[in-house]
Ligand binder design. Sequence first.
Ligand code: MG
Length: 391
Amino acid sequence: MSAWCVVVAAGRGARAGLGRNKVFYRHRGRSILNRCLDNLAAMELFDGIVLVIAREDAQAYDELCAREGACPLVRALAYGGASRRESVLSGLRAVPADAEIVAVQDAARPFTPREVALATLESARAHGSGVISTPVVDTIKLIGPDGKVRTPDRDSLRAVQTPQAFDFKKLLAAHERAERENLPVTDDAMLFEHYYGDVRLVTCKGAEQNVKLTTKADFDMLDRKELPDFRVGHGYDAHRLATGRKLVLCGVEVAHDRGLDGHSDADVAVHALMDALLGALGLGDIGRLFPDSDPAYEGISSMRLLEEVMLRVRGTGFAVVNADVTIVAQRPKLLPYMAAMRKNLAEALGVAEDRVNVKATTTERMGFEGEELGVSAQAVALLARQAGEEA
Ligand code: MG
């Protein structure tokens, strides 16, 4: 029995607040529309897809196909009408006349499980219709024309989704008639009920994953759920060498004839690391957080400031995955201090020592570090959202 699918993508997506038809929104480099089409094609349940788009989206669809490739199962394109009903009819008219079953699917449902689609098709084959439905979780209220609120029995209510599958000839005939009678309907099941007196609802495990992306929050949630939430940040700092100052790097006092000049202890390595952490979280930089015009920070250990930065990191729900710090100095040799530096930073960042690296390089006497005018440092840090934390 041949089965076709009409995918309706002609909506305006106004509720998603994305400023365009939401199905053209790209998620992880692929549009919602193509994800929906790919998902349907991978089911190997359909002989072909008719895609219904708004006429004004024709160019956007061409561009999408050029960029992402066109789904080979899309056999025909139809232009949508002013209402969903008109759009579905336009799609049905493009389905080959010998099709036996047709499923109508929202393009905003890119994650429909195969077993959900299969259940609707099997029901349509056996009974003429199959509409995926789920029990209602919320208590629903009916508001009468008089404004009076009534509460229907929740057990008697079902929420319906797409795909909705039907005997093709019956659905097409019903749509043609609805067009003539200008019947207002919100889905195909409603139209089928209206003309044939009944429609088959099917329940299926996996229906709860069959989400329809509707509001901006749905898309934001998708990003949060699907993307591993890693953030990387980079920091750079440089301080001038001066006599009469201690040289402190990664919280370790290094024996040298000069030290770094600055408002705090001028620990250039920790400054770069703090900027990497703040950068990863989009929190600006240490200059903004600890202004050097503030006497509170005069001579302060930068390790103390790092503790404050870490409080902010944890406050956003993130934890450090690893950090890598490079100190650029012509002299002195820093190797004897490396182990202590690494231990200091690991403790402050709350990670095992193998997640922190501190290294040093000279510049072969080139530039301000090579001429021993100053010392610079660079750092990168990777952060990950802690499990269970929500922004
Ligand atoms: Mg600094």
